[in-house]
Write a protein that binds this ligand. Structure first.
Ligand code: ATP
Length: 300
């Protein structure tokens, strides 16, 4: 039996976010299309005699009990009475607190990795059920690809994948945005018949994905949280303008931000745009879409 496992944990972008209301427990009733991308963290989990130890390539990642990797380990250790420990290395490449589900992707990797390493025999559905105790984006990160997420964000419906040849530029302004604060400001604006800026047309977007019709996809995309975050972070508008100027045919903020992404058709323009943006925003990456979320690799 192997005593270590390696995982690739992909980030996500939102092709859309709509908020339909608020549940009694304070969770938002969302309707959003999520898409995995190849920008990934890498995680190595090794069995150890006892305890929990984590090191990371990025000093901004919390290495204490706040880390969702630790929380996932504790949940599984208790549930399955695992009596040994783990030592973990996290190569952090997904921008942190960026609207890209970086923490959720790492948690999804832990579910798959611990399940494999300790032969827990959990099905995907069981992992998803457990993951809801830790956060709502983990379920999507386990499944990956393209999904419509509704309710609290954990009711997932698989959608046809976006064209894999689309070149995706990611750019994260160097400011911290609190997800809670973004939702709070959105809630304060909420009233009956409220028609927020940036409202997506999810029906059109889904039709576009089904028919592989790019125009419908682009016209259906939208994020109701973008105007809120952009009111605090002027860089969002500037990055979108730059991406459009260099030939991006669709640019939007992902999640509650502040990361902006842009879709391009050709490598030359995305490379030029990336070179310009990277001078100001060090977290600028060229990537692509993926039909996978988290994945065990190397030592299957
Ligand atoms: P989402 O798109 O799901 O809202 P996000 O991109 O906004 O996610 P994360 O990168 O998951 O946010 O980080 C949110 C917070 O979680 C950060 O403040 C960070 O300190 C904390 N955190 C805990 N564990 C991790 C982890 N493994 N990777 C990144 N951040 C983590």
């Amino acid at each position: 039996m192997k005593d270590s496992v390696k995982l690739k944990a992909r980030a996500k972008i939102n092709l859309s976010i709509d908020i339909k209301g608020i549940f009694e427990d304070g969770y938002h009733d969302v309707e959003m299309v999520m898409q995995s991308i190849n920008l990934s963290d890498y995680i190595i989990i090794r069995k150890a005699e006892r305890g929990f130890e984590i090191t990371s390539s990025n000093s901004d990642v919390p290495l204490d009990k706040k880390n969702i990797i630790y929380k996932t380990w504790e949940l599984l250790r208790e549930k399955y009475s695992i009596d040994s420990g783990v030592s973990i290395f996290l190569e952090k490449n997904i921008p942190i607190a960026a609207g890209m589900a970086g923490g959720s992707a790492d948690s999804a990797a832990m579910f798959l990795g611990i399940n494999k390493l300790f032969e827990l025999g959990m099905s995907e559905d069981e992992m998803i059920e457990e993951s809801k105790k830790l956060g709502s984006d983990i379920a999507f990160c386990i499944k990956g690809g393209t999904h419509l997420a509704t309710g609290k964000g954990t009711d997932l419906k698989k959608l046809p994948s976006l064209d894999k040849n689309i070149r995706v530029l990611i750019c994260k302004p160097d400011i911290f945005v609190s997800t809670k604060r973004v939702y709070k400001k959105f809630d304060n604006m909420y009233e009956k018949d409220f028609n927020p800026l940036g409202k997506p047309d999810n029906k059109l977007l889904i039709e576009g994905l089904e028919e592989k019709d790019n125009e419908k996809i682009v016209n259906g995309m939208g994020n109701v949280l973008e105007a809120v975050t952009a009111s605090w972070c002027k860089d969002i508008g500037k990055i979108k303008k730059t991406m459009t100027r260099f030939g991006s045919y669709a640019t939007m903020m992902s999640g509650s931000g502040p990361t902006v992404f842009g879709f391009f058709n050709d490598y030359k323009s995305i490379k030029k745009c990336s070179n310009v943006l990277r001078k100001k925003y060090r977290q600028t990456y060229i990537t692509s879409t993926s039909d996978k979320g988290v994945e065990i690799y190397g030592n299957k």
